[in-house]
Design a protein. Structure first.
Length: 590
């Protein structure tokens, strides 16, 4: 039996129990694992009990206690009421504001036609009300003559429905007598669809949120062995539509055997080849684990991660992974991103863009349909980008969240170069600036002089500049670039080789904990003149501005003492950091 239900439905019968309609209704839904039907039964009521005020009051008290024991007002049930059951329902919500319902079906209602429902909708005690009334219901027609506070809404319907409630109060006239509502076909075709469908009308552009997006959600069964207490879906989109994913999940092994690998699936509108997507994971914050590609189809990728330490039954584990899709998000129009939340309790979604979005929303999906929506919170990050954040508590084990936007306010502009305080030297003044695209060619030529065969390509340098413009600083003398430093902000990563981290845009996080020095280089003619020192001072200021807790770099053999002058301390040796290199490297931080 599941620990939660998507739908909970309460039934309240009338004064007679001989037709037993609520049992038939429950049997119609007993095969649905996502539905729980609960019957409130108060026994056979004689006509004298029905007429006695204190007997009616006793049943209302019993109903209050029953509701309290069986339901949570923060996640209320729907309700089906007949005859005297409509009186119990209405009197209870009028007396106890804490009693709430999602959808309400009334049949054979003995409530007055002029009930003012506005108070109960305003107090959020009702979300939607449906009155199934019958023109041949003679018993309802007589009810006001028996008890003055009763009425004939079950024969003629409610009147004077306020304009603001006309979409939330639905009435349907049938030619029914007082007990003609209870045929199984009537319940199955009329009541159940109303109770299980969502009355909200979700508006979105169907060219953006296409039907195949829902199909992709149900392709993914890659995490069926885990129950997750929380999942963090954070991703960054650059001005080319490249998508850099940083996902993490805290889960528990739900099987009876150790789990030695973790499978992951992702889908997107892209023809990217999987071997270029950089699938990488970490287990419990340990070293990076490269992904093994299992499926490499257009728009669908699946990979596996072999774990160093198997996850024992009932053991907890944290899996974090990164990957990228190239040119998959639409820049000048609307687009979507989706996240699987089945078997996950708490979800955090954050998407970061270099521009603002038009109409961003989050849709909640269950059984192939949208059941709820929300609006993400917009945050301006320190690097000038915009993050859209949304936290969700998955109380009913829904299937997925869809991040949606109608369009973007994208206008490509050339940023102004920022000058940073420099210093004078004997032959002139050395100035420091944020790097521009036009500077990349000179930077590449300088790096080629310093690193030779290990130099980064011009494309790689362009990508690093686009990733973090404030962290790419150049030093100039008389218009010539004579030194530079490249930086990335990321979260703590355990690595051994440069190859594991070489795709730095994959790991960039504007809210990361660590400022890492990718590369610092100075022309041979300008060494020992304070240029490197000034570049490291600027890096320290950037670390402070972006509130990182530490700085890291990898020092070549022989340069450890140099960096120690700037308060860097040795952490561990990385003998194989650069493949084919004859010298060792050392991770240092401060």
């Amino acid at each position: 039996m599941p620990l939660f239900f998507k739908h909970e439905i309460l039934t309240i019968h009338g004064i007679r129990t001989d037709n037993n309609w609520y049992t038939v209704f429950k049997e119609l839904l007993e095969k649905r694992s996502d539905v729980r039907v609960v019957n409130f039964t108060y026994g056979y009521f004689t006509i004298w009990q029905f007429l006695a005020f204190w007997e009616r009051r006793r049943v209302i008290k019993e109903f209050h206690d029953f509701y309290y024991k069986n339901f949570d007002p923060d996640s209320p049930p729907s309700v089906v009421c007949h005859s005297f059951g409509t009186y119990i329902f209405y009197t209870s919500i009028r007396k106890y504001s804490s009693i709430k319902f999602k959808k309400v079906i009334l049949c054979g209602s003995i409530l007055a036609r002029g009930v003012d429902w506005r108070t109960y909708f305003k107090r959020k005690q009702i979300e939607h009300l449906y009155n199934d009334y019958g023109g041949l219901d003679a018993i309802v027609g007589l009810s006001p003559a028996v008890i003055r506070e009763f009425g004939v809404s079950g024969k003629y319907g409610f009147k004077n429905i306020p304009l603001e409630l006309q979409e939330r109060i639905t009435q349907e006239k049938n030619y029914f007598g007082h007990s003609d509502y209870f045929y199984p076909l009537q319940m199955k075709k009329n009541w159940i669809p109303k109770l299980l469908s969502n009355p909200k009308q979700f508006k979105y552009d169907q060219y953006v949120l296409r039907p195949e997006i829902f199909d992709r959600i149900y392709l993914d069964n890659s995490h069926g062995n885990f129950h997750y207490s929380e999942a963090r879906y954070h991703a960054r989109v650059d001005d080319k539509g490249n998508y850099f994913a940083h996902y993490s999940k805290n889960g528990t092994n739900q099987t009876d055997a150790p789990i030695s690998s973790f499978r992951f699936m992702t889908t997107a509108d892209s023809r990217e080849q999987a071997d270029r997507m950089g699938f990488t994971a970490t287990q419990n914050g340990g070293k990076l684990i490269p992904g093994r590609i299992d499926i490499d189809k257009v728009q669908i990728k699946t990979c596996s991660f072999e774990l160093d330490t198997p996850i024992e039954p009932e053991a907890k584990v944290n899996i974090s992974y990164v990957f990228k899709w190239r040119e998959t998000m639409t820049i000048n129009g609307g687009d979507t991103d989706h996240f699987i939340i089945r078997d996950t309790d708490n979800i955090s979604v954050s998407l970061n863009f270099p521009f603002t979005l038009i109409g961003p929303r989050i849709f909640v999906v269950s059984n192939g349909d949208i059941v709820d929506e929300g609006t993400p919170k917009k945050i301006l990050e320190r690097d000038g980008t915009h993050s859209y954040n949304f936290d969700y508590l998955n109380k009913f084990n829904y299937d997925a969240l869809i991040f949606y936007y109608d369009g973007t306010n994208y206008l490509k502009s050339v940023p102004n170069q920022k000058e940073i305080k420099g210093f004078k030297k004997d032959s002139g003044t050395i100035t420091y600036h944020t790097c521009m695209e036009r500077d990349i060619r000179q930077v590449y030529l300088l790096e080629a002089q310093i690193e030779h065969g290990n130099a980064a390509s011009e494309e790689t340098l362009y990508n690093r500049l686009a990733m973090f413009p404030d962290g790419f600083i150049i030093a100039k003398d008389k218009g010539k670039i004579i030194g530079y430093i490249e930086l990335v902000i990321w979260n703590n990563i355990v690595f051994e080789t440069f190859q594991e981290i070489h795709d730095f845009p994959l790991f960039y996080d504007p809210n990361g904990e660590t400022l890492y020095v990718i590369f610092i280089g100075v022309s041979a003619n300008y060494r020992n003149q304070g240029v490197g020192q000034r570049l490291l001072e600027i890096a320290r200021d950037i670390s402070s501005r972006f509130n990182t807790s530490k700085m890291q770099l990898v020092a070549k053999e022989g340069l450890e003492k140099y960096y120690e002058k700037f308060s860097f301390e040795q952490v561990r040796e990385l003998p194989g950091f650069l493949s084919g290199s004859k010298y060792k490297s050392t991770l240092m931080e401060k």
